[in-house]
Design a protein around this ligand. Structure first.
Ligand SMILES: C[S@@+](CC[C@H](N)C(=O)[O-])C[C@H]1O[C@@H](n2cnc3c(N)ncnc32)[C@H](O)[C@@H]1O
Length: 195
């Protein structure tokens, strides 16, 4: 299957990653670029972090071949199915469009409603994150948000109007912060950081 060529969503996420990584004092971290596609996010990360500490993964084997040619470690995996370790940084520009007659491609379709892949990602991602680790996630206004919010609440996240999520049970505070948004003709793109 052809890989996803970088688009507005890719560039928005990449810009936010740059802003975060440039300020990072300890650059000896391990990063995972899930759904790497062309490898744009991994390449952005590699401007700041040694390539050997970056892992790329994708469900599409062509993306894996490309990542390897670019010198990255790469694992073919359905989300975390073949990923056994933890990371300090997890980046995901997910497929988020609802499946319809015109869009059935794995690189853009996030399931019947568009939120299924993101929901599975949220269920699995925390246990692959080191303490103080960060998740960078791209969301779109075209993806239904109700079940995503419900999933976050299940994980002890409580939504506040500021866009922050607080843990209720363990008094451990997890935050979900919107870093940026961009209005396009037919959708609004958002980059979120979860930690
Ligand atoms: C919107 S593209 C993003 C590509 C690239 N990261 C970027 O920012 O341009 C989504 C990527 O996720 C991959 N993908 C879709 N479902 C996946 C899954 N269940 N597990 C891993 N990767 C998946 C697709 O093959 C595609 O490469």
């Amino acid at each position: 299957m052809p890989i996803y060529e970088p688009r507005e969503d890719s560039y928005l996420l990449s810009e936010e990653l740059k802003k975060y990584l440039i300020k990072l004092k300890n650059r000896k971290i391990n990063a995972l670029d899930i759904g790497t596609g062309s490898g744009i996010q991994a390449e952005t990360i590699s401007e700041f972090i040694n390539k050997k500490n970056i892992t790329c993964s994708d469900i599409n084997k062509e993306a894996i071949e490309i990542a390897r040619k670019k010198g990255f470690k790469a694992v073919k995996s359905d989300l975390f199915s073949n990923i056994k370790r933890k990371f300090d940084l997890i980046v995901f520009n997910p497929p988020y469009l609802p499946k319809d007659r015109h869009d059935k491609k794995k690189d853009t379709t996030g399931g019947k409603k568009g939120d299924e892949t993101i929901l599975r990602f949220l269920k699995q991602s925390k246990k692959h994150l080191n303490q103080n680790g960060k998740i960078f996630l791209l969301l779109s206004s075209l993806t239904p948000r109700a079940n995503i919010n419900k999933e976050l609440k299940k994980h002890n996240f409580k939504i506040k109007k500021t866009g922050r999520f607080f843990a209720s049970k363990k008094q451990e505070i997890f935050k979900m912060k919107k870093l940026s948004e961009k209005k396009l003709f037919f959708e609004k793109l958002e980059v979120w950081m979860i930690n």
